[in-house]
Design a protein around this ligand. Structure first.
Ligand SMILES: C[C@@]1(CC(=O)O)c2cc3[nH]c(cc4nc(cc5[nH]c(cc(n2)[C@H]1CCC(=O)O)[C@@](C)(CC(=O)O)[C@@H]5CCC(=O)O)C(CC(=O)O)=C4CCC(=O)O)c(CCC(=O)O)c3CC(=O)O
Ligand SMILES: NC(=O)C1=CN([C@@H]2O[C@H](COP(=O)(O)OP(=O)(O)OC[C@H]3O[C@@H](n4cnc5c(N)ncnc54)[C@H](O)[C@@H]3O)[C@@H](O)[C@H]2O)C=CC1
Length: 208
């Protein structure tokens, strides 16, 4: 599998099964995509989400009916507790070229990762389906360990621009940026005072 960052603005995502797992997937996609959840019943987790609901018993629907539901859909998620039904939805998706994520059953061609998100970065984590708990664990570790990553990105961005004006040798620009990244005191200062971290970085590495 290959990780990609997708822009799903305006794309349609169809989620089969509106239980707790379907609701979590719906919450994941609704920031960007046009999400519809089709299910026999709907979990309280779906309340307040900007999604469309469609009530149906999927076991009663032949493949042909599933195919027509999937028209114009970019990505489908099967989140019913019935792996045979989920796998059948997957086969119809494969036949119609719709990307498919399976919450229970034969793996589809898409995995929903754990995501560490800042305003300046995105990290997606997967264990290739082997241990979602480890993905979650790693996400929580990264969130705790790199709480100031957004500020470090701002600082690197600022120093990079300065260096382009003042330092003609690329290898030297790179060395300086790495020195700042490796400086524990700069990280410490970033946690409380961006200006102080910036001052420290400039004093130590630009005026040296
Ligand atoms: C393959 C995958 C398919 C997919 O959904 O894309 C999948 C499959 C399955 N997960 C199951 C269980 C759990 N999943 C979670 C949580 C998350 N699961 C997510 C993704 C994925 N789950 C994909 C692989 C990701 C990867 O590659 O690592 C996350 C990352 C994203 C999200 O769903 O939003 C989100 C964490 C978000 C976060 O907090 O960061 C917890 C909660 C916990 O750990 O506390 C449990 C209970 C503990 C456990 O069983 O591990 C079971 C049922 C097994 C059973 O019935 O026993 C299956 C089905 C199976 O394995 O067959
Ligand atoms: N991929 C993941 O991240 C995870 C997957 N799972 C697995 O996902 C599956 C779903 O879990 P939950 O959401 O907790 O189950 P749930 O029982 O809370 O919800 C299932 C939903 O599917 C609907 N449904 C079931 N059969 C249907 C049918 N024939 N037609 C229409 N709707 C139907 C139900 O009405 C319900 O809304 C389970 O098999 C579970 O083991 C569990 C945890 C995490």
């Amino acid at each position: 599998m290959i990780p990609l960052m997708l822009d799903l603005t305006g794309r349609r995502v169809l989620i089969f099964g509106g239980g707790d797992v379907g609701a979590r997937k719906a919450a994941y996609f609704e920031h960007e995509a046009e999400v519809t959840v089709i299910s026999r019943s709907f979990s309280p987790g779906l309340e307040g989400l900007a999604i469309r609901r469609q009530e149906a018993d999927l076991s009663a629907l032949p493949d042909e009916a599933l195919r027509s539901l999937l028209q114009g859909v970019f990505l489908a998620v099967a989140a019913t507790p019935d792996p045979a039904l989920n796998d059948r939805i997957g086969r119809v998706c494969a036949g119609t070229g719709v990307l498919f994520n399976n919450a229970a059953g034969e793996p589809g061609d898409v995995i929903v990762p754990s995501v560490v998100r800042g305003s300046r970065y995105l990290v997606a984590i997967s264990t290739r389906g082997k241990s979602p708990a480890v993905s979650r664990y790693l996400r929580m570790r990264l969130e705790a360990e790199y709480a100031d990553l957004d500020r470090m990105i701002d600082l690197q961005d600022e120093i990079r621009s300065m260096l382009r004006e003042t330092e003609p040798v690329q290898a030297e620009r790179s060395r300086i940026l790495w020195s700042i990244l490796s400086d524990d005191e700069v990280w410490e200062a970033l946690a409380s005072d961006y200006g102080r971290a910036r001052g420290l970085a400039i004093e130590r590495y630009l005026h040296a």
